[in-house]
Design a protein around this ligand. Structure first.
Ligand SMILES: [Zn+2]
Length: 197
């Protein structure tokens, strides 16, 4: 087999949900396309990777230091919804009903896999809460064991703070593709919040 083609297949198969068979299909597709089209794809991937960084406040993806949600005057600054990853935030934003801010943890606590509180954006969350304007924190994590552990940890950490702590009545539909998310379920999950403290 051609060494450079094999290299492309290995690189593509590192992408999530791409097995070796799909990687082969993609690699062969790339080989069939005009060079200009392949260049555009490669340039776009690199340009996005270089331009997009993490918002300094909520850790959402952003091309600016502060993301559009955090800098918007139309958002309710008294509520922060804590989610695991940017995709969860996109899902909630797509449902279009939530007007508060976010905080992206960047993962879930998983001591067995070496993910401790220091590896997540937990200290930065606590720092944000020292501002009086925050009245409610919503734990918007999924329903997995790690999500439960993380939720409990946050609850114990934040219980000394003055604000209200709530969580979704139902977890976010973990791992679902954005276009398959049932917006009604999401809106209900947001509306039916349960008080933790
Ligand atoms: Zn932000």
């Amino acid at each position: 087999m051609l060494e450079s083609l094999e290299e492309l297949v290995i690189a593509l198969s590192k992408l999530p949900a791409i097995g070796r068979k799909s990687a082969w299909r993609l690699a062969l597709h790339i080989m069939e396309r005009p060079e200009s089209e392949v260049k555009h794809l490669a340039d776009t991937v690199l340009s996005v990777r270089r331009k997009v960084r993490r918002c300094a406040i909520c850790f959402n993806y952003s091309e600016q230091e502060i993301c559009a949600v955090c800098s918007s005057q139309a958002r309710d600054r008294s509520v922060i919804c804590v989610v695991e990853k940017p995709t969860d935030m996109f899902i909630i934003e797509k449902a279009g009903r939530y007007r508060g801010l976010y905080h992206i943890l960047g993962g879930l606590l998983s001591p067995l896999n070496g993910v401790t509180a220091e590896k997540l954006q937990i200290a930065s969350l606590k720092k944000r809460l020292t501002k009086d304007e925050v009245k409610e924190v919503i734990i918007g994590l999924g329903g997995s064991g790690d999500a439960e552990t993380t939720g409990l940890y946050l609850a114990s950490l934040l219980k000394s703070e003055k604000m209200k702590l709530t969580r979704f009545a139902r977890g976010l539909p973990a791992g679902l593709e954005l276009e398959y998310v049932d917006q009604l379920t999401l809106t209900q999950a947001l509306n039916e919040r349960i008080d933790i403290l």
